[in-house]
Design a binder for this molecule. Structure first.
Ligand code: UT7
Length: 312
């Protein structure tokens, strides 16, 4: 079985940093409430930067870091719920801006916060068929554009940003993926395009209950498929929605909390971008060592869930 390997990573965050105290000037909230209920302390909001510009910056970094030439890519996939336009897609804009080959698929995928995991698996499919060695997978969001800044239940949660990875196939390497969906327009709803600005609505408690089931479910499926145990996993890289969700899962599985990477304190919930941003930070900090087993797990709008287990 050919495993999927991450060759290189990149990330991009908008310049503007917004603190919890800043949020408390917009809605009835406090640093204390946001920190204890979510773990979030700051987030970045676009101010002039477009979602495609963030995606481009993250992608350029990943390509440069991996010394990968655009001509060697077999696909460019952008996971997002907040593209700048319905068309052209962000992936097509990247084709133009990065000078990607014209004979490869470039498209966006909307799978909520699980988008990056779905996109990894789709990229693997293209790699298996293609003569070219690499694929570019990006998670990029400008959630501040669809945030209702009068709704304290959601506006304190989200942030903007992008993360990118270059992936390739590796003979013999470990790889497993699980994906799922359960349609539910009440848990999380992002309004469609219309005359009004579209907003994100969420039943936070329902999503919380869903998340603390979906994450362990994905982990168990991946371990069963690979014959590995919890102790064999070096790093869990979950979607960064809420510190309490991650802490709850770590405790339930009796896995040391430090094995679950967390950065929502700096970025908030960046939806499809959160896992690739986390991977880039971890790589930059030297936390990821060759041969380590990394389990990424996402959950979110749809509802959807997905996990990918791979070797660094
Ligand atoms: O990426 C997509 C996946 N999304 C998620 O994973 C989100 C999952 N859910 C959550 O993270 C949590 O449910 C939230 C952080 C959204 C909310 O935390 P909670 O502990 O479930 O709070 P709650 O919704 O039960 O609200 C508790 C109280 C309410 O007041 P009352 O009714 O008890 O008087 C809310 O009105 O907290 C109030 N509240 C706030 N207070 C201060 C809600 N938002 C705020 C706020 N500041 N920002």
């Amino acid at each position: 079985m050919k495993g999927l390997k991450i060759v290189s990573t990149g990330r991009a965050l908008p310049a503007k940093v917004v603190t919890n105290d800043d949020m408390s000037k917009l809605v009835e909230t406090s640093d204390e409430w946001i920190t204890t209920r979510t773990g979030i302390r700051t987030r970045h909001f676009c101010e002039g930067e477009t979602q495609a510009a963030l995606a481009e910056q993250a992608a350029r970094r990943a390509l440069e870091q991996g010394k990968v030439e655009p001509k060697d890519l077999c696909a460019c996939i952008v996971a997002t719920v907040t593209p700048d336009h319905s068309a052209p897609t962000s992936a097509c804009l990247l084709q133009q801006r990065l000078g990607l080959p014209e004979d490869i698929p470039c498209f966006d995928m909307n799978v909520g916060c699980t988008g990056f995991i779905y996109a990894l698996q789709v990229a693997r499919g293209f790699l298996l068929q293609s003569g070219r060695p690499y694929a570019l997978v990006i998670g990029a969001e400008s959630l501040s554009r669809i945030t209702d800044f009068t709704d304290r239940g959601t506006c304190v949660l989200f942030g903007d940003g992008a993360g990118a990875v270059v992936v390739t196939l590796e003979e013999g390497g470990i790889y497993a993926c699980t994906l799922g969906a359960r349609g539910d327009a009440e848990a999380i709803l992002i309004e469609g395009p219309g005359p009004e600005r579209p907003y994100i609505h969420m039943d936070g408690q329902k999503v919380f209950r869903f998340a603390v089931e979906a994450v362990p479910h994905c982990i168990h499926v991946l371990l069963e498929e690979t014959g590995l145990s919890l102790e064999d996993i070096d790093w869990f890289v979950p979607h960064q929605a809420n510190k309490r969700i991650i802490d709850h899962v770590a405790k339930k599985l009796k896995v040391p909390n430090e094995k679950f990477y967390q950065n929502m304190m700096r970025y908030g919930n960046t939806s499809a971008a959160s896992i690739p941003i986390a991977l880039d930070e971890m790589a930059e900090q030297g936390l990821l060592k060759k041969g380590q087993k990394i389990l990424c797990v996402g959950f979110g709008a749809g509802l959807t869930w997905g996990g990918a287990l791979l070797e660094w």
